[in-house]
Write a protein that binds this ligand. Sequence first.
Ligand code: GLN
Length: 485
Amino acid sequence: MDLANLSAHELADQLKSGKVSSVEATSACLQRLEKTAGLGAYLHVDANGAKKQAAEADARRAKKQSAGPLDGVPIALKDIFLTEGLPTTCASRILEGFVAPYDGTAVRKLKEAGTVLLGKLNMDEFAMGSSNEHSGYLPAKNPWDATRVPGGSSGGSAVAVAAGSCFATLGTDTGGSIRQPAALTGIVGLKPTYGRVSRYGVIAFASSLDQVGPMTKDVTDCANMLQAIAGHDPRDSTSSTEKVPSYTETLEKGVQGLKVGVPKEYFIDGMDPEVRASVDAALESYKKLGATLVDVSLPHTDYGIAVYYLVATAEASSNLARFDGVRYGKRVDPGKGLLDMYLETRGKGFGPEVKRRIMLGTYALSAGYYDAYYVKAQKVRTLVAQDFKEAFAKCDVIVTPTTPTPAFKLGENTGDPIKMYLADVFTVAVNLAGLPGLSLPCGFSKSGLPIGMQVLGRPFDEATILRTARAFEREHDFSARRAIS
Ligand code: GLN
């Protein structure tokens, strides 16, 4: 079997037993990357840096100083993470040529865990999108069917993991950007509780919603990655001081006696029949494994998209004010004074979707509309959070489809922003409520496209989510299938 098709923990076992080296694993990824270059997963490859880090990992192992399950494992990162000495563009032309002066906290922790960094991954510009077609550089393509999107905004991350050009990665999730691409490419993606992972050194989109999380080939890898990055960070005041449990200790505990909530609002008429059938079958599986299904209701689900696109754009309009041609990256200066420099830089540097969001957000925050849009959205956001609180009084986890359909065609939704926004109907509410949610593969369509289901949990209860996901994964081979052989 090609090394590039191993999961990270399978690779770790082979590294440990001395069967393979990190240098070999790194070359396997680089070869796979070459073979799948047409999928557009990477924006920047640091082959030499990676080979050097791999050799260092092998040397540590030879001296019996290996750091743990991720030591020597080749990874790559969404280009939203600041990485010292490597380009960080957020897939925007406005950050072309920008090299970060320091590592974000999650990046630093993964380096301390011994991972090898292969490069930076494609995404929708400033993480705004659901298909990776809003990248300022190139679209990414789904490895299961290259005429289809991989989802977004962490599209490059999903492609790299699903195609085997890295063993694991991190994404960011503001409204679904980890879970939706994970679902569309047949991998596992976890958005942790708001505050579980530091956002320091992550370019901000919507600061009250953004969260960093793992995207991996299976649930065990997801637990190992979360273990490495979770925890309080004095550099991010919104990061939580809640204790980080051992995620691996409870992973194999199963779901016997667990209450699985099924919200009727997420199983609607007109949803894709194959998605519906796969998630229904997964629910049956949970019953067989000893869980009890409980009907729950999340009555404000219908308002999720509207609230999300008000709150997220409002925060984005403020966060993106810093890209003005003065401090970072690109500057376009026609030599007619400061204002023209700002206008030209932002006009040429930002793509159309980013401009649309800045305009929507600025409008929602402007005097006269602030109460009618922004304040109202915040109030409904509280109701959405309240729905989950009531539901979790009756169950331990909630299971839903991750997306309404499998991967759509490239170009299918680009002409209609609202249609594109609807790709997030099942994911945005979790961000509004600050809760953790994981997507894992639960089936394939007749045409061979992956289908994902979501497991949601109480605040800071990632351990129960992971064990619920693992219980299903153990009984099925969906996460073991590979898009590229
Ligand atoms: N697809 C959503 C959007 O376009 C979510 C993005 C994200 O989670 N970063 O805003």
